[in-house]
Ligand binder design. Structure first.
Ligand code: CAA
Ligand code: NAD
Length: 285
């Protein structure tokens, strides 16, 4: 029988990692939030505190809940802390080499029973699993942004992922009050194979002068009832992440229908990464 999951380590304290850490702590798990620098892990934890303070203001949680959740999360800049975790959820940048490197290190440090999950948006789980000596314990656990709000977790098995690993991740997702949907290991899975070409096409309409970003977003919000227009959503996701996902789809399927829009590439090269960098299709304070 699999060991009960008590301690979750999250690798990468950006918007997704911090969101996963928040939900994990609120679901009663002990959490380590790890990043390359302590200041980054602490920044992620500070963001969690701010969101929880808003929950207190709105009377969704009490002051003592806030204090308890915060006590459950510890920052880390030492990968060796992986030895304490029963489940590790990697949410670093969307780059295969970076993720393989992290997985190889985690495999060396983590206990034998520890499951290594990745929040990758699009990269092949099977290839990532091959960077470890425990491919049966590697799995995709793809949360949606913003994690505290969105109900879905896409669960992706690699070629060698065991049933026990799948069950562990499904049980943790349920404890986090998320609904899991199992999908096969193909580039972009389901979520980003469907969403990202729409975002890319919206960028092409701006690139070709069909309409302004504001008007493209207005069409999709008022015409299709999307909560955010595709360019606002691209800024929200991060333009670097959108570009990496389009590249994975383009390379993975070898089909030009997935070619990233040159305007997306140009913005990323300029450091315009969307909301997180203060500028993308829109500007942010
Ligand atoms: N973190 C935590 N909670 C947040 C949040 C955040 N970043 N942003 C909003 N919320 C919550 C808050 O609780 C807020 O309620 P309060 O104001 O009472 O605190 C509630 O959401 C509603 O927020 P707003 O009124 O500010 O705005 P909204 O009604 O437009 O909702 C939204 C915000 C939920 C983000 C909504 O716009 C939405 O659903 N947008 C689309 C999100 C989406 O498509 N996500 C998937 C992205 S793709 C992905 O994640 C996969 C990938 O691999 C790229
Ligand atoms: P982000 O840029 O906000 O955060 C990434 C974090 O990872 C940064 O804090 C960075 O310092 C850290 N990092 C980079 N290399 C690291 C390493 N070697 N070790 C530890 N930490 C490292 O990115 P994000 O939006 O949180 O995305 C993270 C992952 O989640 C990506 O794989 C992305 O595709 C995926 N994802 C993103 C979204 C989204 O909407 N943004 C949704 C679902 C999944």
């Amino acid at each position: 029988m699999s060991k009960k999951i008590e301690h979750i380590m999250v690798i990468g304290a950006g918007q997704m990692g911090a969101g996963i850490a928040q939900v994990a702590a609120m679901s009663g798990f002990t959490v380590t939030l790890h990043d390359v620098k302590m200041a980054m892990a602490e920044k992620g934890i500070e963001g969690i505190r701010k969101r929880l303070e808003r929950d207190v203001e709105k009377e969704r949680i009490s002051e003592s809940d806030l204090a308890r959740f915060m006590r459950q999360i510890q920052p880390s800049d030492q990968i060796g802390n992986a030895e304490k975790a029963d489940l590790i959820i990697e949410a670093a940048v969307e780059n295969m080499e970076v993720k393989k490197n992290i997985f190889a290190q985690l495999d060396g440090v983590a206990q034998k029973h520890t499951v290594l999950a990745t929040n990758t948006s699009s990269l092949p789980i099977t290839e990532l699993a091959a960077a470890t000596k425990r491919p049966e314990k590697v799995i995709g656990m793809h949360f949606m942004n913003p994690v505290p709000v969105m109900k879905l977790v896409e669960v992706i098995r690699g070629l060698q992922t065991s049933d026990a690993t799948f069950k562990t991740v499904e049980t943790v997702a349920k404890a986090m009050k998320k609904t899991s949907v199992e999908v096969n290991d193909f580039p972009g899975f389901v979520s980003n194979r469907v969403l990202m070409p729409m975002i890319n096409e919206a960028i092409f309409t701006v690139y070709e002068g069909v309409a302004t970003p504001e008007d493209v977003d207005q069409v999709m919000k008022l015409g299709m009832n999307h909560p955010m227009g595709p360019l606002t959503l691209a800024d929200f996701i991060g333009l670097d992440t959108c570009l990496y996902i389009m590249e994975v789809l383009h390379d993975g399927f070898g089909d030009d229908k997935y070619r990233p829009c040159p305007l997306l590439r140009k913005y990323v090269n300029a450091g315009w990464l969307g909301k997180k960098s203060g500028r993308g299709f829109y500007t942010y304070d």
